[in-house]
Structure formats: C-alpha cells, structure tokens
Design a protein around this ligand. Structure first.
Ligand SMILES: [Fe+2]
Ligand SMILES: [Fe+2]
Length: 168
C-alpha cells in the first residue's frame, strides 16, 4: 500500500531524505483511524461530553501541527494549552464526583493524579529539550490515556451523576 503523501514523495525523492517526515505520516494515519470521536465515548452528561470533545480537538490540533512539521514554538504553545485544559477538566470532574458522593471517588482521583504527574513529566521533558519526536510522544500518551480513562473510569460514574441530577 502506498502511504506516502505527494509532499513526502517530493521530500524523499526516493533517496531516503527527510526520513522523519515519512515516519510521522505513518503514525498520523494510524492515529486517525483509532481516534475519531464517536458516540461510544459519550457519557450523556452535557458539560463532561463538551469538555471531552474539546480535549479530543486539542489533541488533534497538536497531532496535525506535528504532522505538518510546525515550529517547535507552536508545538510548545499547543502542549501548554492542552495541559491547562486537562488540569481544568480534571478539577471540574472531581468536584462533580464529590458533589454526588461518588463511592469510587478515591480511585478516580488517584488515576487523575497519575495523569497530572504524567503531564507534568512530559511538560518538563518538553521544556528541557523540545523536538517533534517528543511532541509525538506527548500526543500518543495523551490519546492512550484519554481513551482508557473515559471508557473505563468516566463511564463508571455516569449513573451516579444522573441519579443525583434527578433530585435537583
Ligand atoms: Fe475522569
Ligand atoms: Fe473526564
């Protein structure tokens, strides 16, 4: 299967030049197949779904910027914005869970804490020596985490929040 874009073909010229562009194209293609927003990720809680969709959009913006070979300054801005978006979402979600006395709150909070640590570590690595491969690593790790977390942990609290909402 021919997976090289026209631009990549021009860049490589068949002599192996700009190899990084070739690698990034493959990964972008693979990520896109796995990571489109779908109904299976919807919790049915409007505020949460809007934030989750926003996170997908931000991660996708980062992915596209990496794919386009954007300047490191732009990647840095996107990663910083993504990080602040994530921090805000986790806090809002935790408040919602406390408000409905969610019984599995501690485990959920601990998983958020692990992710905050991962984000902090990635941010630090990025500040020390930003490059496209590290940006790609940030992108991949965030995608993986969100998919697992929404499907397993976030979906589990849905009945509790909906039950609480019935009393309001
Ligand atoms: Fe969560
Ligand atoms: Fe969430």
């Amino acid at each position: 299967m021919d997976i090289l874009s026209k631009e990549d073909k021009r860049n490589t010229g068949g002599k192996g030049k700009h190899k990084s562009s070739f690698i990034l194209t493959i990964i972008r293609t693979d990520c896109m197949k796995k990571w489109e927003w779908s109904a299976r990720l919807e919790t049915g809680i409007k505020e949460i779904d809007e934030q989750h969709k926003g996170l997908f959009e931000q991660i996708d913006r980062l992915d596209l910027a990496i794919y386009r070979g954007s300047a490191i300054g732009e990647l840095k801005n996107l990663i910083e914005y993504l990080n602040s978006y994530i921090v805000e979402h986790l806090e809002i979600e935790e408040k919602l869970l406390r408000d409905c006395s969610y019984p599995d709150y501690e485990r959920h909070f601990n998983e958020h804490e692990e992710f905050r640590s991962l984000c902090a570590e990635l941010m630090l690595r990025f500040k020390k020596g930003a490059d496209n491969y590290l940006a790609l690593d940030v992108d991949k790790q965030m995608r993986k985490w969100w998919e697992n977390h929404i499907m397993k942990m976030d979906m589990a609290y849905v009945p509790y929040i909906k039950k609480e909402a019935d009393f309001l």
